[in-house]
Design a protein around this ligand. Structure first.
Ligand SMILES: [Zn+2]
Ligand SMILES: [Zn+2]
Length: 369
């Protein structure tokens, strides 16, 4: 899972203007279950888009943040950064969107817009002191609150941070997880050139991993899924993997040494990276997108030196590549595999996520609020 572990601060919040009330579910303390509250959303400024939220995906980050497992928790905390819905109104200067449009909002709602990363469309790596502004639990300096996420009925976001959705409306709920899980895997697949003639491994077939399998396959790569559970084999093949390797099996990884160009490792707990490094070809890269709660055991330098291999990391994706991913998915009929849920069940479902009992993403239907 990707992680927004730093408390976020941003210096450029204008004075609060008119506000509208939205319904939401929030953590009021680290140990408390989520409960219903009313929150204020700003009325659109000239560059803003006001959105009625239809669905919001449930990311592992939401669970860790809402339960106070990461530093910098600000309460009330309304989680949710896989947001899809319909535009209800736009500010006077907005040209890219109009009321009625289907749109999405991901992990960011603002950034400094001045640093070189922002200039290159890599807002996710904003170099300002405060980094990008998180969709939820972001500290708004000069405002009277932190940012609130998508476990709510409405949100107002600057048009630069709003994505166009071109999937049919009937797929809207299953599009929501593309806004985090989709782009978190798309960005490294693109950066490290997953495509025809390339062999790509995916470790951990959950919310992120199942999207990695679908996207790598659609990009034309040969996809190898790694799992600890034989019972998942058929499901992973059905997602689009060409091969499934049981890491806990008797044969283990025999025969797969030096066979892959790229491995996407989505596992969010400490594990032995050498197991996967040894599967990379010369110049291959192991990309980590999961943030473990304790460090991985240090990998062997020999495994890196022999074969000029790399270990890298990747954090979500910028706005431009998020839009490219959404358009690619719309053109190729790709959505997430989801279980649609009522918001009142969220704490019970967090517990199921901890056990890995989800195929592959829960998505909240906000009409249940
Ligand atoms: Zn997320
Ligand atoms: Zn920046």
């Amino acid at each position: 899972m990707h992680s927004d572990v730093r408390p976020q601060r941003i210096a450029e919040e204008s004075a609060p203007g008119d506000r509208e009330i939205a319904q939401a579910f929030a953590a009021l303390a680290a140990a408390a279950p989520l409960s219903p509250i009313e929150i204020e959303r700003r009325s659109p400024r000239p560059n803003d888009v006001a959105i009625a939220i239809a669905y919001c995906g449930v990311c592992h980050s939401d669970l860790h943040a809402a339960r106070g497992e990461w530093p910098g928790m600000m309460c009330p905390m309304v989680p949710g950064h896989e947001i899809v819905g319909r535009v209800t109104s736009v500010g006077s200067k907005v040209t890219a969107f109009q009321p009625g449009d289907l749109v999405g909002v991901g992990c960011m709602v603002d950034s400094c817009r001045k640093c070189s990363s922002c200039g290159e469309g890599a807002e996710n790596y904003c170099e300002s002191e405060q980094g990008y502004l998180q969709t939820y639990n972001g500290y708004v300096k000069g405002g009277d609150r932190n940012t609130y996420g998508g476990y709510s009925t409405a949100i107002t976001v600057d048009e630069r941070f709003v994505l166009a959705i071109r999937h049919p409306e009937s797929q809207l709920a299953a599009v929501a997880p593309l806004l985090c899980a989709g782009v978190t895997t798309w960005s490294p697949l693109r950066y490290w050139n997953a495509g025809p003639g390339r062999r790509v491994g995916v470790v951990g077939i959950g919310g992120l991993g199942h999207m990695a399998v679908k996207l790598a396959r659609a990009l034309g790569a040969h996809v190898v899924g790694f799992t600890t559970s034989e019972s998942k084999r058929d499901a992973i093949l059905a997602l689009g993997a060409h091969e499934v390797v049981l890491t806990s099996g008797e044969r283990g990884l025999d025969g797969y040494e030096q066979s892959l160009d790229l491995i996407l490792d989505t596992v969010g707990s400490p594990h032995d990276l050498d197991v996967y490094l040894s599967l990379l070809k010369r110049d291959g890269t192991l990309v980590l997108v999961g943030v473990p709660d304790a460090p991985h055991p240090s990998p062997s330098a020999v495994n890196l030196i022999l074969g000029r291999r790399s270990i890298a990391g990747s954090l979500i994706g910028g706005l431009k590549e998020t839009q490219e991913m959404l358009d690619f998915c719309a053109e190729n009929g790709i959505v997430s595999e989801i279980e649609q849920i009522a918001i009142q069940d969220i704490d019970e479902l967090f517990d199921r996520m901890i056990k890995g009992d989800v195929k592959y993403r829960f998505v909240i239907d906000l009409s249940t609020i």
